[in-house]
Design a protein. Sequence first.
Length: 420
Amino acid sequence: MDVTPALHGSEVVVAGWVWELRDIGKIKFIVLRDREGFIQITLKAGKTPENLFKIFVELGREDVIVVKGVVEASKIAKRGVEIFPSEIWVLNKAKPLPIDVWSETPDLATRLRWRSVDLKRPRNLAIFSLASAMLRTIRDVLYGEGFVEVFTPKIIVTSTEGGAELFPVLYFERVAYLSQSPQLYKEQLTASLERVFEIGPAYRAEKHNTDYHLNEFISVDAEAAFMDYTDIMNILEKMTKNLAKTVASFSTKLNEVGVKPVVTEVRNVPRVDYDEAVDWLRRLGFAVNWGDDLTVEMQMALMKFYGPVYFLVNFPASLRPFYTKRRDGEKSESYDLIINGIEVASGATRIHRRDELEEEMRKRGLDPRLFEAHLSVFDYGMPPHAGFGLGFNRLVTAMLGLDNVRHATLYPRDRYRVEP
Ligand code: AMO
Protein backbone atom coordinates (compact mmCIF):
# COMPACT_ATOMS: atom_id res chain seq x y z
CA MET A 1 0.00 0.00 0.00
CA ASP A 2 1.84 3.02 -1.18
CA VAL A 3 -0.79 5.63 -0.46
CA THR A 4 0.77 9.04 0.17
CA PRO A 5 -0.64 12.59 0.57
CA ALA A 6 0.50 13.19 -3.02
CA LEU A 7 -2.46 11.03 -4.09
CA HIS A 8 -4.94 13.51 -2.56
CA GLY A 9 -8.19 13.45 -4.51
CA SER A 10 -7.51 10.29 -6.49
CA GLU A 11 -9.35 7.01 -6.33
CA VAL A 12 -7.43 3.97 -5.09
CA VAL A 13 -8.10 0.32 -4.34
CA VAL A 14 -6.33 -1.16 -1.31
CA ALA A 15 -6.37 -4.67 0.11
CA GLY A 16 -5.35 -5.92 3.53
CA TRP A 17 -6.41 -7.05 6.99
CA VAL A 18 -8.60 -5.27 9.52
CA TRP A 19 -6.20 -4.25 12.28
CA GLU A 20 -8.49 -2.09 14.34
CA LEU A 21 -12.10 -0.85 14.29
CA ARG A 22 -13.13 2.37 15.99
CA ASP A 23 -16.67 3.63 16.26
CA ILE A 24 -17.14 7.15 17.54
CA GLY A 25 -20.75 7.64 16.52
CA LYS A 26 -21.11 9.40 13.20
CA ILE A 27 -17.53 8.64 12.27
CA LYS A 28 -16.12 5.15 12.06
CA PHE A 29 -12.57 4.09 11.35
CA ILE A 30 -11.05 0.95 9.94
CA VAL A 31 -7.30 0.67 10.33
CA LEU A 32 -6.15 -1.58 7.53
CA ARG A 33 -2.84 -3.44 7.76
CA ASP A 34 -0.62 -4.85 5.08
CA ARG A 35 3.04 -5.87 5.19
CA GLU A 36 4.16 -2.29 4.75
CA GLY A 37 2.07 -0.60 7.39
CA PHE A 38 -1.33 0.83 8.22
CA ILE A 39 -3.84 3.01 6.48
CA GLN A 40 -6.95 4.64 7.87
CA ILE A 41 -10.32 4.17 6.19
CA THR A 42 -12.85 6.76 7.38
CA LEU A 43 -16.63 6.28 7.18
CA LYS A 44 -18.58 9.47 7.75
CA ALA A 45 -22.37 9.77 7.98
CA GLY A 46 -23.65 11.79 5.03
CA LYS A 47 -20.48 11.24 3.04
CA THR A 48 -20.14 7.44 2.97
CA PRO A 49 -22.72 5.21 1.20
CA GLU A 50 -25.24 3.79 3.74
CA ASN A 51 -24.56 0.13 2.94
CA LEU A 52 -20.94 0.45 4.07
CA PHE A 53 -22.09 1.12 7.64
CA LYS A 54 -23.86 -2.25 7.57
CA ILE A 55 -20.65 -3.92 6.39
CA PHE A 56 -18.69 -2.07 9.11
CA VAL A 57 -20.89 -3.50 11.88
CA GLU A 58 -20.13 -7.03 10.68
CA LEU A 59 -16.36 -6.55 10.44
CA GLY A 60 -13.92 -8.21 12.82
CA ARG A 61 -10.21 -8.00 13.34
CA GLU A 62 -8.10 -9.76 10.68
CA ASP A 63 -10.96 -10.00 8.18
CA VAL A 64 -9.49 -9.74 4.70
CA ILE A 65 -10.99 -6.79 2.86
CA VAL A 66 -10.64 -4.71 -0.29
CA VAL A 67 -11.52 -1.04 -0.15
CA LYS A 68 -12.14 1.34 -3.04
CA GLY A 69 -12.18 5.01 -2.16
CA VAL A 70 -10.82 8.50 -2.49
CA VAL A 71 -7.61 9.58 -0.80
CA GLU A 72 -7.60 12.68 1.33
CA ALA A 73 -4.52 14.22 2.89
CA SER A 74 -4.97 14.45 6.66
CA LYS A 75 -2.90 16.05 9.37
CA ILE A 76 -3.98 13.64 12.09
CA ALA A 77 -4.20 10.25 10.37
CA LYS A 78 -1.22 7.88 10.34
CA ARG A 79 0.85 8.31 7.18
CA GLY A 80 -0.85 11.68 6.63
CA VAL A 81 -3.71 10.22 4.59
CA GLU A 82 -7.09 8.66 4.98
CA ILE A 83 -9.36 6.95 2.49
CA PHE A 84 -13.07 7.75 2.20
CA PRO A 85 -14.53 4.51 0.86
CA SER A 86 -17.10 4.08 -1.88
CA GLU A 87 -17.02 0.27 -1.74
CA ILE A 88 -15.82 -2.40 0.68
CA TRP A 89 -15.59 -6.09 -0.17
CA VAL A 90 -15.03 -8.73 2.49
CA LEU A 91 -12.91 -11.50 0.95
CA ASN A 92 -12.70 -13.66 4.05
CA LYS A 93 -13.84 -13.49 7.65
CA ALA A 94 -11.42 -14.29 10.47
CA LYS A 95 -12.26 -16.01 13.75
CA PRO A 96 -11.04 -14.30 16.93
CA LEU A 97 -7.25 -14.78 16.98
CA PRO A 98 -5.76 -17.31 19.43
CA ILE A 99 -3.11 -14.80 20.55
CA ASP A 100 -2.92 -11.05 20.92
CA VAL A 101 -0.93 -9.47 18.10
CA TRP A 102 -2.07 -5.90 18.78
CA SER A 103 -0.94 -4.78 22.19
CA GLU A 104 0.43 -7.58 24.33
CA THR A 105 3.35 -9.84 23.54
CA PRO A 106 2.67 -13.36 24.80
CA ASP A 107 5.66 -15.54 25.75
CA LEU A 108 7.77 -16.88 22.91
CA ALA A 109 6.57 -20.50 23.23
CA THR A 110 2.93 -19.43 22.86
CA ARG A 111 3.80 -17.22 19.93
CA LEU A 112 5.69 -20.02 18.19
CA ARG A 113 2.74 -22.36 18.75
CA TRP A 114 0.69 -19.90 16.68
CA ARG A 115 3.56 -18.72 14.50
CA SER A 116 1.59 -17.86 11.33
CA VAL A 117 -0.69 -15.62 13.36
CA ASP A 118 2.22 -14.19 15.33
CA LEU A 119 3.88 -13.15 12.06
CA LYS A 120 1.11 -10.57 11.54
CA ARG A 121 2.73 -8.58 14.37
CA PRO A 122 4.35 -5.44 12.87
CA ARG A 123 7.60 -6.21 14.70
CA ASN A 124 7.84 -9.54 12.92
CA LEU A 125 6.93 -8.01 9.58
CA ALA A 126 9.81 -5.57 10.04
CA ILE A 127 12.30 -8.26 11.09
CA PHE A 128 11.49 -10.65 8.26
CA SER A 129 11.31 -8.03 5.54
CA LEU A 130 14.72 -6.80 6.70
CA ALA A 131 15.99 -10.40 6.71
CA SER A 132 14.97 -10.70 3.06
CA ALA A 133 16.77 -7.44 2.22
CA MET A 134 19.85 -8.79 4.01
CA LEU A 135 19.80 -11.96 1.92
CA ARG A 136 19.70 -9.81 -1.16
CA THR A 137 22.71 -7.83 0.07
CA ILE A 138 24.62 -11.07 0.67
CA ARG A 139 23.79 -12.32 -2.80
CA ASP A 140 24.77 -8.97 -4.36
CA VAL A 141 28.17 -9.01 -2.67
CA LEU A 142 28.89 -12.59 -3.68
CA TYR A 143 27.71 -12.18 -7.28
CA GLY A 144 29.81 -8.99 -7.37
CA GLU A 145 32.87 -11.06 -6.43
CA GLY A 146 32.23 -13.54 -9.23
CA PHE A 147 30.62 -16.33 -7.21
CA VAL A 148 27.92 -18.55 -8.72
CA GLU A 149 24.97 -19.80 -6.70
CA VAL A 150 24.66 -23.57 -6.36
CA PHE A 151 22.61 -26.20 -4.57
CA THR A 152 24.18 -29.31 -3.08
CA PRO A 153 22.47 -32.43 -1.70
CA LYS A 154 20.90 -32.27 1.74
CA ILE A 155 20.76 -36.05 1.97
CA ILE A 156 24.29 -37.25 2.47
CA VAL A 157 26.29 -40.20 3.77
CA THR A 158 29.34 -38.66 5.48
CA SER A 159 29.66 -36.34 8.43
CA THR A 160 31.59 -33.12 7.93
CA GLU A 161 31.42 -31.24 11.21
CA GLY A 162 31.68 -34.03 13.79
CA GLY A 163 29.95 -37.39 14.00
CA ALA A 164 27.46 -37.10 16.84
CA GLU A 165 25.35 -34.34 15.37
CA LEU A 166 23.70 -36.07 12.42
CA PHE A 167 20.02 -36.75 11.89
CA PRO A 168 19.61 -40.15 10.25
CA VAL A 169 17.06 -40.60 7.48
CA LEU A 170 15.78 -43.83 6.02
CA TYR A 171 16.94 -43.79 2.43
CA PHE A 172 15.31 -46.86 0.89
CA GLU A 173 17.48 -49.83 1.94
CA ARG A 174 20.12 -47.78 3.70
CA VAL A 175 20.64 -45.10 6.29
CA ALA A 176 21.64 -41.65 5.12
CA TYR A 177 21.83 -38.34 7.00
CA LEU A 178 20.62 -34.77 6.76
CA SER A 179 23.47 -32.47 5.77
CA GLN A 180 25.17 -30.49 8.55
CA SER A 181 26.97 -28.29 6.05
CA PRO A 182 27.67 -28.25 2.31
CA GLN A 183 31.36 -28.27 3.28
CA LEU A 184 32.68 -31.16 1.19
CA TYR A 185 30.57 -30.38 -1.88
CA LYS A 186 31.45 -26.71 -1.90
CA GLU A 187 35.14 -27.60 -1.67
CA GLN A 188 34.81 -30.08 -4.53
CA LEU A 189 33.10 -27.45 -6.67
CA THR A 190 36.11 -25.12 -6.46
CA ALA A 191 37.85 -27.61 -8.79
CA SER A 192 35.39 -26.67 -11.54
CA LEU A 193 33.24 -23.59 -10.85
CA GLU A 194 36.00 -21.94 -8.75
CA ARG A 195 33.77 -19.60 -6.72
CA VAL A 196 30.52 -20.98 -5.41
CA PHE A 197 27.96 -20.09 -2.79
CA GLU A 198 24.86 -21.74 -1.45
CA ILE A 199 22.05 -20.49 0.76
CA GLY A 200 20.06 -23.33 2.24
CA PRO A 201 19.16 -25.32 5.32
CA ALA A 202 21.71 -27.13 7.49
CA TYR A 203 20.79 -29.71 10.12
CA ARG A 204 22.48 -30.30 13.45
CA ALA A 205 21.23 -32.92 15.88
CA GLU A 206 22.62 -30.99 18.83
CA LYS A 207 20.68 -31.89 21.95
CA HIS A 208 21.28 -28.68 23.84
CA ASN A 209 18.58 -26.08 23.59
CA THR A 210 20.16 -22.62 23.78
CA ASP A 211 19.15 -19.12 22.68
CA TYR A 212 21.55 -19.37 19.73
CA HIS A 213 21.17 -22.96 18.53
CA LEU A 214 18.63 -24.37 16.12
CA ASN A 215 18.46 -27.91 14.80
CA GLU A 216 17.71 -26.54 11.36
CA PHE A 217 19.25 -23.23 10.37
CA ILE A 218 19.84 -21.31 7.17
CA SER A 219 23.47 -21.50 6.22
CA VAL A 220 25.18 -19.17 3.76
CA ASP A 221 28.20 -21.05 2.49
CA ALA A 222 30.88 -19.79 0.14
CA GLU A 223 34.08 -21.33 -1.17
CA ALA A 224 36.66 -19.96 -3.61
CA ALA A 225 39.61 -21.41 -5.48
CA PHE A 226 42.95 -19.58 -5.31
CA MET A 227 42.01 -17.66 -2.19
CA ASP A 228 43.15 -17.97 1.40
CA TYR A 229 41.40 -17.05 4.62
CA THR A 230 42.48 -13.39 4.49
CA ASP A 231 40.88 -13.00 1.02
CA ILE A 232 37.68 -14.53 2.37
CA MET A 233 37.72 -12.27 5.43
CA ASN A 234 38.03 -9.30 3.05
CA ILE A 235 34.84 -10.44 1.32
CA LEU A 236 33.07 -10.97 4.65
CA GLU A 237 34.21 -7.54 5.80
CA LYS A 238 32.74 -5.93 2.70
CA MET A 239 29.55 -7.93 3.20
CA THR A 240 29.30 -6.82 6.82
CA LYS A 241 29.67 -3.16 5.82
CA ASN A 242 26.94 -3.49 3.20
CA LEU A 243 24.71 -5.41 5.59
CA ALA A 244 25.06 -2.60 8.13
CA LYS A 245 23.86 -0.17 5.44
CA THR A 246 20.90 -2.40 4.72
CA VAL A 247 20.02 -2.47 8.42
CA ALA A 248 20.42 1.32 8.60
CA SER A 249 18.01 1.73 5.68
CA PHE A 250 15.38 0.01 7.86
CA SER A 251 16.02 2.26 10.88
CA THR A 252 12.70 4.09 10.81
CA LYS A 253 10.73 0.89 10.38
CA LEU A 254 12.67 -0.84 13.17
CA ASN A 255 12.27 2.12 15.52
CA GLU A 256 8.51 2.06 15.02
CA VAL A 257 8.39 -1.51 16.29
CA GLY A 258 10.86 -1.07 19.13
CA VAL A 259 13.84 -2.89 17.63
CA LYS A 260 17.14 -1.14 18.28
CA PRO A 261 19.75 -2.54 15.91
CA VAL A 262 23.26 -3.00 17.30
CA VAL A 263 25.06 -2.65 13.99
CA THR A 264 24.12 0.13 11.58
CA GLU A 265 27.60 1.11 10.48
CA VAL A 266 30.85 -0.83 10.13
CA ARG A 267 34.09 1.00 9.41
CA ASN A 268 36.68 -1.72 9.82
CA VAL A 269 36.59 -5.19 11.27
CA PRO A 270 39.56 -5.92 13.58
CA ARG A 271 41.26 -9.30 13.18
CA VAL A 272 42.12 -10.50 16.65
CA ASP A 273 44.57 -13.36 17.07
CA TYR A 274 43.18 -16.14 19.27
CA ASP A 275 46.26 -15.86 21.53
CA GLU A 276 45.68 -12.15 22.06
CA ALA A 277 42.02 -12.77 22.87
CA VAL A 278 42.96 -15.41 25.46
CA ASP A 279 45.49 -12.98 27.03
CA TRP A 280 42.87 -10.25 27.34
CA LEU A 281 40.30 -12.64 28.76
CA ARG A 282 42.72 -13.87 31.42
CA ARG A 283 43.47 -10.30 32.39
CA LEU A 284 39.71 -9.75 32.67
CA GLY A 285 39.57 -12.66 35.10
CA PHE A 286 38.13 -15.39 32.88
CA ALA A 287 39.39 -18.90 33.58
CA VAL A 288 40.37 -19.80 30.04
CA ASN A 289 43.16 -22.07 28.82
CA TRP A 290 44.91 -22.01 25.49
CA GLY A 291 42.98 -24.51 23.38
CA ASP A 292 39.57 -23.73 24.90
CA ASP A 293 36.69 -22.57 22.77
CA LEU A 294 35.53 -19.08 23.71
CA THR A 295 32.05 -18.66 25.15
CA VAL A 296 29.43 -16.07 24.19
CA GLU A 297 30.17 -14.34 27.49
CA MET A 298 33.88 -14.08 26.63
CA GLN A 299 33.15 -12.89 23.11
CA MET A 300 30.89 -10.22 24.57
CA ALA A 301 33.62 -9.15 26.97
CA LEU A 302 36.01 -8.67 24.05
CA MET A 303 33.66 -6.10 22.48
CA LYS A 304 35.08 -3.65 25.01
CA PHE A 305 38.36 -3.67 23.08
CA TYR A 306 37.29 -4.37 19.54
CA GLY A 307 33.72 -3.10 19.15
CA PRO A 308 30.61 -5.12 18.22
CA VAL A 309 32.06 -6.60 15.01
CA TYR A 310 35.41 -8.39 14.92
CA PHE A 311 37.16 -11.50 13.62
CA LEU A 312 38.87 -13.99 15.89
CA VAL A 313 41.69 -15.51 13.82
CA ASN A 314 44.28 -18.30 13.92
CA PHE A 315 42.50 -20.73 16.23
CA PRO A 316 44.31 -23.78 17.63
CA ALA A 317 43.99 -26.50 14.96
CA SER A 318 42.49 -28.81 17.58
CA LEU A 319 39.39 -26.58 17.75
CA ARG A 320 38.75 -26.74 14.01
CA PRO A 321 37.48 -29.45 11.63
CA PHE A 322 39.85 -31.82 9.83
CA TYR A 323 39.80 -29.93 6.53
CA THR A 324 41.35 -26.78 8.04
CA LYS A 325 44.85 -25.80 6.97
CA ARG A 326 47.40 -25.64 9.76
CA ARG A 327 49.57 -22.64 10.46
CA ASP A 328 52.86 -22.97 12.34
CA GLY A 329 52.06 -26.45 13.65
CA GLU A 330 49.44 -26.12 16.37
CA LYS A 331 47.48 -23.18 15.00
CA SER A 332 45.33 -22.89 11.88
CA GLU A 333 44.42 -20.47 9.10
CA SER A 334 40.94 -20.06 10.49
CA TYR A 335 38.60 -17.36 11.77
CA ASP A 336 35.21 -16.68 13.30
CA LEU A 337 33.22 -13.55 12.61
CA ILE A 338 31.77 -12.29 15.88
CA ILE A 339 28.88 -9.83 15.96
CA ASN A 340 27.50 -8.62 19.28
CA GLY A 341 29.25 -11.50 21.02
CA ILE A 342 27.71 -14.19 18.80
CA GLU A 343 29.67 -16.36 16.38
CA VAL A 344 27.95 -15.54 13.13
CA ALA A 345 30.34 -17.11 10.63
CA SER A 346 33.38 -19.29 10.60
CA GLY A 347 35.81 -20.34 7.92
CA ALA A 348 39.35 -21.10 6.97
CA THR A 349 41.91 -21.86 4.34
CA ARG A 350 41.46 -25.56 3.54
CA ILE A 351 43.87 -28.36 3.03
CA HIS A 352 44.00 -29.00 -0.74
CA ARG A 353 46.52 -31.87 -0.87
CA ARG A 354 45.16 -35.38 -0.50
CA ASP A 355 48.06 -36.76 1.56
CA GLU A 356 47.87 -33.87 4.03
CA LEU A 357 44.10 -34.25 4.36
CA GLU A 358 44.34 -38.00 4.99
CA GLU A 359 46.98 -37.41 7.65
CA GLU A 360 44.79 -34.85 9.36
CA MET A 361 41.87 -37.31 9.33
CA ARG A 362 43.99 -40.02 10.93
CA LYS A 363 45.20 -37.61 13.62
CA ARG A 364 41.55 -37.11 14.55
CA GLY A 365 40.64 -40.77 14.49
CA LEU A 366 38.68 -40.50 11.23
CA ASP A 367 39.00 -43.32 8.71
CA PRO A 368 40.01 -41.89 5.30
CA ARG A 369 38.41 -44.90 3.60
CA LEU A 370 35.00 -43.57 4.63
CA PHE A 371 35.76 -40.36 2.74
CA GLU A 372 37.01 -41.99 -0.46
CA ALA A 373 34.38 -40.33 -2.66
CA HIS A 374 35.54 -36.93 -1.39
CA LEU A 375 39.27 -37.68 -1.31
CA SER A 376 39.37 -38.97 -4.87
CA VAL A 377 38.37 -35.51 -6.12
CA PHE A 378 41.68 -34.25 -4.68
CA ASP A 379 43.56 -36.48 -7.12
CA TYR A 380 42.32 -34.61 -10.16
CA GLY A 381 43.41 -31.00 -9.81
CA MET A 382 42.16 -29.55 -6.56
CA PRO A 383 43.14 -25.87 -6.30
CA PRO A 384 44.10 -24.13 -3.06
CA HIS A 385 40.85 -22.81 -1.64
CA ALA A 386 39.15 -21.13 1.30
CA GLY A 387 35.65 -20.25 2.40
CA PHE A 388 33.10 -19.48 5.05
CA GLY A 389 29.87 -20.76 6.54
CA LEU A 390 27.55 -18.12 7.95
CA GLY A 391 24.49 -18.78 10.09
CA PHE A 392 21.85 -16.51 8.62
CA ASN A 393 19.43 -16.70 11.57
CA ARG A 394 22.26 -15.76 13.91
CA LEU A 395 23.35 -12.93 11.65
CA VAL A 396 19.93 -11.26 11.84
CA THR A 397 19.73 -11.95 15.59
CA ALA A 398 23.17 -10.43 16.23
CA MET A 399 22.84 -7.34 14.04
CA LEU A 400 19.45 -6.47 15.51
CA GLY A 401 20.45 -7.28 19.10
CA LEU A 402 17.61 -9.82 19.49
CA ASP A 403 17.90 -12.07 22.53
CA ASN A 404 16.99 -15.35 20.86
CA VAL A 405 17.72 -16.77 17.41
CA ARG A 406 14.11 -17.97 17.22
CA HIS A 407 13.01 -14.35 16.83
CA ALA A 408 14.80 -14.38 13.48
CA THR A 409 13.49 -17.78 12.35
CA LEU A 410 10.08 -18.18 10.75
CA TYR A 411 9.39 -21.71 11.93
CA PRO A 412 12.15 -22.76 14.36
CA ARG A 413 13.18 -26.38 14.72
CA ASP A 414 14.67 -27.03 18.12
CA ARG A 415 14.98 -29.84 20.64
CA TYR A 416 11.30 -29.74 21.55
CA ARG A 417 9.76 -28.18 18.47
CA VAL A 418 9.09 -29.76 15.08
CA GLU A 419 5.71 -28.08 14.57
CA PRO A 420 4.31 -25.82 13.26
P1 AMO B 1 30.17 -24.07 11.77
O1 AMO B 1 29.81 -25.40 12.32
O2 AMO B 1 30.92 -23.14 12.66
O3 AMO B 1 31.07 -24.23 10.47
O4 AMO B 1 28.85 -23.37 11.25
C1 AMO B 1 28.93 -22.16 10.52
C2 AMO B 1 27.99 -21.14 11.12
O5 AMO B 1 26.68 -21.65 11.14
C3 AMO B 1 25.99 -21.18 12.27
N1 AMO B 1 25.52 -22.31 13.08
C4 AMO B 1 24.32 -22.38 13.69
N2 AMO B 1 23.29 -21.50 13.73
C5 AMO B 1 22.19 -21.86 14.42
N3 AMO B 1 22.06 -23.03 15.09
C6 AMO B 1 23.07 -23.94 15.07
N4 AMO B 1 22.92 -25.10 15.72
C7 AMO B 1 24.25 -23.62 14.35
N5 AMO B 1 25.42 -24.27 14.12
C8 AMO B 1 26.17 -23.46 13.37
C9 AMO B 1 26.94 -20.32 13.06
C10 AMO B 1 28.29 -20.77 12.56
O6 AMO B 1 29.25 -19.75 12.63
N6 AMO B 1 31.63 -26.01 7.38
C11 AMO B 1 31.90 -24.96 8.37
C12 AMO B 1 31.94 -23.59 7.74
C13 AMO B 1 33.16 -23.35 6.89
O7 AMO B 1 34.28 -23.58 7.38
O8 AMO B 1 32.99 -22.92 5.74
C14 AMO B 1 30.79 -25.01 9.41
O9 AMO B 1 29.75 -25.59 9.25
O10 AMO B 1 26.69 -18.97 12.72
